[in-house]
Structures are given as C-alpha cells and as structure tokens.
Design a binder for this molecule. Structure first.
Ligand code: ADP
Ligand code: MG
Length: 293
C-alpha cells in the first residue's frame, strides 16, 4: 500500500497548491525539525516602497531622491525598483552616471564628472570610511526598529542623506510561523538586511532565531551548521540568491512567484505565495507517512 498512499498524499497536496517533486521529497518533509525562511519576498511582500527621504542640512529631498534613483538605474535589486518608481512619479530625468558597480549585500556605486557616488547600507559606508551624521543615524535606528530599511546616499566622502524603504509584512506570515511552531518546528529567519530591521520583522511574525546582515552564501552556512547538529532543515526562498541554500536544505520550498532558478532547486513548489502553504505541505507529508506506517 505504500506507493499508493504516497500517490494519494502527493495528489492531495497538489490540490492544495503544494507540488511535491517525488516520494523522497514527501518522506523528508515529514521529518523536518527546522524551517529557515528568507525575509524579503517570503515573510514580506518583496515590494518595498520609499516611505521617507531625509537630506543632511543644506541638501534638498528632491536632490537626494534624484541621485539615489540615478544610482539605482544600474541595479536590479527590489530596493532599486522602489527608489526608481518614487523618482518616476516626479517626472524629472535621471542624471547620467558611469562605472556602475553593484556590491552584493552592500549597495551600488557609480561616477559623475569624476566624483564617486554611493548608495547602500551602513556597512557599505563604514567600509568606505564614511562617517554617518549623528542626527540621521538616530533617525535610521528609529526607523529600522519599526521594520524600515535605511539606505544611505553619499557623494565623495560626504553623506547627502538617508532614504527609508519599507516592505510590508505579508498578512498571513505570523499565522504561518505559528502553524509551523505548533507542528514542533523551529522557524529561523535569514536576511541580508540590517540587524534592527530584520529583528523588528521577526518580532512582528513571532520568530526568535534571526540571522541578519548576511550574504547569500552565508544562508547556506546557517543550514549546514544546523544539519551538523543533526537537525533536518527546510528552507523557503524565492530569489536567485536563494538557490544554493534551497539545494543544501533537506527540503527546499520555492514560492510560486519565485524565480525559475529557485523553483528548479526546490523539492516542493508552492503554487501560491503564502507561507501557510509550507505548513500545509509538512502537515500533508506527515499525515501521509503516518498512514503508511
Ligand atoms: P535580502 O534579499 O536578504 O534582503 P540582499 O543581499 O539582497 O538581502 O541585500 C542586503 C542589503 O544590502 C539590503 O538590505 C540593502 O541594505 C543593501 N543593498 C543591496 N543592494 C542594494 C541596492 N541596489 N540599493 C540599496 N541597498 C542595497
Ligand atoms: Mg534577496
């Protein structure tokens, strides 16, 4: 009866928007002890918007937005899209920059008339030896504690201002975390974002174990470390960046809206966008395996 039970379980899962690759994937999903989730695009909508623009004294908001958008025109990051669409609403053409470089987990830089402009997080500015003005730094910390992502703009060695971006938490993320926890699963969050921002989102959805300010390859290390302790680890992600971590996990879950590369590396694909489907997938797998035994 075993193969039949698995077929029934797999097709029941498919009716619930959960596509299980094969019987091994179903079996493994029933043994998970931990689920690692990416913040951006998984717990949040992945559609950030600019919520505040704070120039340093003597600088105007529109100048800060214009230079920030001109820098982001060379980037495909979700934060870049948000900055560009805020500028688009103003209808003013972008400045021409050259020598664009994107620094993963940090931000972007480019040049205009021989002067370097950069845009990114505090780690990026620190590494470049730029001092953050005290007033704006307090503002950045205040916004980050509320789940906002601070993005700094600098010209040469001077900070021009600060933008705050906010990516709304999906309405069902907290319920999904609670459902997983009721199944005895420890939920762990991984994010390349600012520590305070990541912790604010984690608190909002009920996650206590948080890894923030990490690079994509470090997400894989978080999973390996858990596996070395004997844990069975699921990973939920949507981005190209998440593919190695999805492959390393015992069960990789790709969200339906995710990139093709995420889906190719997944054991279970969720054809909807809700993290609740991960809890459903695990519940169906567990029920199926229990019936077999
Ligand atoms: P995640 O997808 O987990 O949030 P990323 O590695 O894509 O992480 O980005 C991490 C951080 O690096 C962002 O939160 C942001 O602070 C900074 N960053 C990366 N790319 C950009 C960009 N194009 N513009 C502004 N900030 C960026
Ligand atoms: Mg990402």
């Amino acid at each position: 009866a075993t193969p039949i039970a698995i077929m029934v379980g797999t097709s029941r899962a498919a009716q619930c928007n959960v596509l299980i690759r094969n019987s091994d994937a179903l079996q493994t999903a029933s043994t998970l002890t931990h689920v690692v989730v990416d913040k951006t695009g998984t717990l949040t909508q992945g559609k950030p918007a600019v919520t505040a623009i704070m120039p340093v004294a003597g600088m105007r908001q529109d100048e800060v937005l214009l230079w920030a958008a001109s820098l982001e025109s060379g980037s495909e990051h979700p934060l870049a899209e948000a900055v560009l669409s805020a500028q688009l609403e103003r209808g003013e053409p972008l400045r021409t920059l050259d020598n664009f470089t994107a620094i993963p987990g940090r931000g972007v830089q480019a040049e205009h008339a021989g002067v370097r402009y950069l845009l990114g997080n505090h780690l990026f500015l620190d590494e470049q030896g730029l001092a953050l003005p005290a007033g704006l730094r307090t503002e950045a910390e205040h916004q980050a504690a509320r789940g906002g992502t601070p993005v700094w703009l600098a010209r040469g060695t001077e900070v021009m201002g600060l933008l705050i971006l906010k990516d709304p938490v999906r309405p069902d993320s907290a319920a999904a975390v609670a459902a997983l926890q009721r199944q005895g699963i420890t939920v762990v969050m991984c994010s390349g974002d600012n520590r305070a921002t990541a912790e604010a989102v984690a608190r909002e959805v009920g996650i206590t174990e948080v890894h923030s300010e990490i690079l994509p390859e470090q997400k894989l290390e978080v999973i390996q470390a858990l596996q070395q302790q004997g844990c069975k680890v699921g990973m939920v992600g949507d981005g190209v960046n998440d593919a190695p971590a999805l492959a390393q996990a015992d069960t990789g879950f790709a969200l339906g809206s995710g990139t093709d590369v995420a889906i190719e590396n997944a054991d279970i694909t969720l054809t909807g966008d809700s993290l609740l489907l991960v809890a459903d997938a695990i519940a169906i797998s567990t029920a199926t395996i229990r019936n077999i035994r």
